[in-house]
Design a protein around this ligand. Structure first.
Ligand code: SF4
Length: 336
């Protein structure tokens, strides 16, 4: 007996989501009829820490400067970091650049087409590898990001914390099941679009949701504030320190941070952490001496600045003044 093999059909939820996405998808610049792995990759890297509205102008600026993989690979690291200005998390730019060079130098610009092979590129993690494999090459793999986790948790009424591996595995399986019979890239984008525009973190617009009838949170009247469940936030520590804007003939002394590590390769004023009960000006003078070998003349306190990173905050006192003596030679690796 010959049995007909039926192509696997999308679930009703996935069909409803797909129809809605056809109507409602925003015309984002990295979307198009012919997916371009380079542009999808750049967009995904930018989107990792940035909301879509902020990512669009940054993405446009970056691909105008580096329109192709080869253009990015040919650029110097300084040029790439300059083009990344305003997007923060500069480690992402360094990783992007490293992978572009590897793709061009070692593979003649040929992209690997599976998540497994993409992940072997230097600087490409599992999320980016899966997102590019699904969207550019149609591999049926799930790239778990915040929108997908939230949407899948609400669809299934998941009560477990989404930082737990077993919960993430369950949610990934839900998304993989919904992807069946759909173009993987389009499905991934539809889930992301739903999470960005309808199933938002604090106030999901359930009455306007295209998949509300297939969602346990809606049908069972669950609390969107509790799903997805998260680990309670720990307090972000604050590091205090001082920085010195040393000025001579209208020019400030700058030094470059080491290439690896936070803000690697960027230029900064000398400065650093406060020790014990040290006064802010004493910190400024000590750090200047330790980092550059220079002494400062009278220093003026310009104010303090607070800045938050993902895991800590910094509070910096900023001082300005001339070097002592004025005609001191420029320390190696620094510029006025
Ligand atoms: S019904 Fe509400 S909670 Fe469920 S997917 Fe839609 S917006 Fe999200």
């Amino acid at each position: 007996m010959i049995r007909k093999v039926r192509p696997e059909r999308p679930t009703p939820r996935a069909r409803a989501l797909g129809r809605w996405f056809d109507r409602a998808a925003r015309p984002l610049p990295w979307r198009g009829p012919r997916p371009d792995p380079y542009r999808i990759w750049v967009a995904e890297v930018i989107l990792q820490q940035t909301r879509v509205e902020q990512a669009v102008p940054s993405y446009r600026r970056f691909v105008r400067r580096f329109p192709t993989l080869r253009a990015l690979a040919r650029a110097s690291r300084a040029e790439v970091l300059k083009a990344w200005q305003g997007m923060g998390y500069y480690a992402r730019a360094r990783r992007l650049h490293r992978a572009a060079r590897h793709l061009v130098d070692a593979r003649g610009g040929q992209w690997p087409r599976t998540a497994e092979d993409l992940e072997r590129l230097p600087g490409v993690g599992p999320y980016i590898a899966r997102a590019v494999a699904a969207q550019a090459f149609g591999e049926p793999v799930v790239a778990l990001e915040a929108n997908g986790l939230r949407v899948a948790a609400r669809w299934t009424g998941e009560r477990g914390r989404i930082d737990r591996p077993e919960v993430r595995t369950r949610l990934a399986a839900t998304l993989a099941g919904e992807m069946i019979g759909q173009p993987p890239g389009r499905f991934a984008e539809a889930v992301m679009e739903l999470g960005e525009t309808v199933c938002t973190p604090r106030a999901p617009r359930c009455p306007a949701c295209p998949v509300g009838r297939y969602c346990r949170l809606r049908t069972e009247g669950l609390d969107p504030g509790r799903i997805p469940a998260r680990r309670p936030r720990s307090r972000r520590p604050t590091h205090r320190g001082s920085i010195v804007a040393l000025i001579r003939q209208g020019r400030y002394l700058l030094q470059r941070r080491p290439m690896d590590g936070l803000l690697g390769g960027l230029w900064e004023f000398p400065g650093g952490h406060r020790k014990g009960r040290e006064r802010p000006e004493a910190t400024a003078r000590r750090e200047l001496r330790e980092e550059t070998g220079l002494l400062a003349g009278p220093l003026q306190h310009l104010g303090s600045i607070r800045h938050s990173y993902s895991h800590f905050s910094v509070e910096l006192d900023l001082f300005r003044g001339p070097p002592k003596p004025l005609d001191v030679p420029t320390p190696p690796g620094r510029r006025w």
